[in-house]
Design a protein around this ligand. Structure first.
Ligand SMILES: *[C@@H]1O[C@H](CO)[C@@H](O)[C@H](O)[C@H]1NC(C)=O
Ligand SMILES: *[C@@H]1O[C@H](CO)[C@@H](O)[C@H](O)[C@H]1NC(C)=O
Length: 389
């Protein structure tokens, strides 16, 4: 019985064992091959990791590192101090006296003299639009040009070579040139500061004196004529006032925002006022004009500006300067340097991601531009194709 039982048992165990063992061998083989498979897979994955993913990541960081750091900007840079926004009132049919009152300013017996001073590079179209917009209100137009860009590249004296286009300004023009220093590898902001100091000297020679108004802005930052008229007629305006300009890119089709602030108007003080293009006070007047950056007629001017610009480091790849790429980017309202929006909050960055939507409004633009629309088509909506040279 026992043996029987045993045999039975053993047989049964054997059977079971055989079954089990048989299973085990197949399973062992299976798991062995699975392990080998996994190992081989790991090998393969390791290779993939080493030779594809890691280099892709490094290349990605190389390509987009700037984007990553721009996106994280709200973490490493706090927003600048808020401006004190002064509401701006204007309609062509409201009297100057009423307009001044609306701003809590008095009205003067006679207007102040106004000086408009710019550092000129090559922006002939914008200089023409600017000077025509401001012409009725300006006592002296002061223009300085250098034979060097801010990045130390030689450039022709573009204004000197085109003076006959500006005959209408001749009796009111103080023009000066300055030789570049051509320092290789220097921070472009040093050359810019050097040129602004020279502009201060030129201004003094233009006859400016205490209490005259001085507009400090780049050529492509155009205060509207009525804004300058208001400031020259009203009393008790702030001694320094920034101007909020509508901020456009490539043309008046692409409105980025209304937040541009660099242009300013100063009550000039001899020995004290210095020409500058950074923030100088908290007061800012709303809706006071237009800033159009990279608003050029020719593709070659875009490429020149990309190289001559104080931020030349943004041209990280030479294909950025390819004319066909530049043209496509202009038509899309995308970014020439493939950068993220320069904003201080995540909300603003996300809101501005991607190309700028087209605007089809050409209302309240400089009058000279609309009067000569055939000549300045490239600045108007639906005309993004540029002349190739
Ligand atoms: C504005 O003033 C002009 C001339 O003074 C006048 O002809 C025109 O009707 C006025 N327009 C409005 C909207 O009041
Ligand atoms: C730039 O201008 C200065 C002063 O007029 C002159 O001495 C210099 O030769 C010029 N340089 C170039 C590259 O044109």
């Amino acid at each position: 019985m026992m043996s029987e039982g045993g045999s039975y048992n053993s047989k049964k165990t054997d059977d079971i064992c055989e079954d089990y063992c048989g299973q085990e061998t197949t399973q062992a083989a299976l798991s062995m091959s699975r392990i080998r498979c996994i190992l081989r897979g790991l090998d393969f994955k390791a290779y993939v990791l080493l030779f594809v993913i890691v280099p892709t990541c490094i290349f990605g960081i190389y390509l987009h590192g700037q984007k990553v750091s721009y996106f994280l900007r709200p973490l490493w840079e706090s927003p600048p101090k808020r401006f004190h926004d002064i509401p701006h009132y204007y309609h062509e049919n409201v009297s100057m006296e009423k307009l001044c009152r609306l701003h809590d300013w008095g009205i003067r017996e006679y207007p102040r003299r106004v000086f408009d001073a710019v550092l000129f590079s090559n922006e002939l179209d914008f200089l023409t639009i600017r000077w025509n917009e401001l012409y009725p209100y300006i006592t002296q137009f002061v223009l300085l040009e250098s034979n060097s860009t801010f990045t130390g590249l030689p450039k022709p004296l573009v204004f000197a070579n085109n003076r006959d286009h500006f005959k209408f300004i001749k009796p009111r023009l103080t023009y000066g040139t300055i030789g570049g220093r051509f320092r290789k590898g220097e921070n472009p902001f040093v050359e810019e500061a050097y040129q602004r100091v020279a502009l201060d000297r030129l201004l003094r020679s233009s006859g400016i004196s205490d209490d005259d108004l001085l507009i400090m802005s780049d050529v492509d930052e155009i205060p509207s004529g009525h804004t300058i008229n208001l400031l020259r007629w009203c009393d008790e305006i702030p001694p320094i006032l920034h101007l909020r300009l509508k901020n456009y890119l490539y043309s008046f089709e692409f409105l980025v925002d209304n937040k541009d602030w660099r242009a300013s108007v100063h009550k000039y003080q001899i020995g004290k006022t210095r020409y500058a293009h950074y923030r100088q006070t908290d007061d800012i007047l709303a809706d006071a004009g237009w800033h159009c950056s990279f608003c050029f007629r020719h593709i070659s001017e875009f490429i020149f500006k990309m190289k001559a610009y104080s931020h030349y480091d943004r041209v990280r790849f030479s294909h950025y300067l390819n004319p066909e790429r530049v043209q496509n980017i202009i038509c899309k309202g995308a970014n020439l340097f493939d950068m993220l929006p320069e904003e201080h909050t995540f909300k603003e960055i996300i809101r501005k991601l991607g190309p700028i939507p087209s605007s089809y409004s050409a209302v309240h633009l400089p009058a000279y531009l609309l009067d000569n629309a055939d000549k300045y088509k490239f600045l108007l909506p639906r005309n993004c194709r540029r002349e190739s040279d």
